[in-house]
Design a protein. Structure first.
Length: 43
């Protein structure tokens, strides 16, 4: 199997207005993109 997959991972961390941090991670492998959003509470 000489197949080469090109996977691109983009991660963005953005502070929200109430002091949390929202991390958006999108993984694209050429023809499909999967996006997951995670909110981190900062104490």
């Amino acid at each position: 199997m000489g197949r080469t997959m090109r996977i691109r991972v983009t991660s963005t961390a953005r502070p929200t207005s109430n002091g949390n941090v929202q991390v958006r991670t999108s993984v694209s492998n050429g023809h499909s993109t999967k996006t997951s959003t995670k909110t981190i509470r900062v104490r």
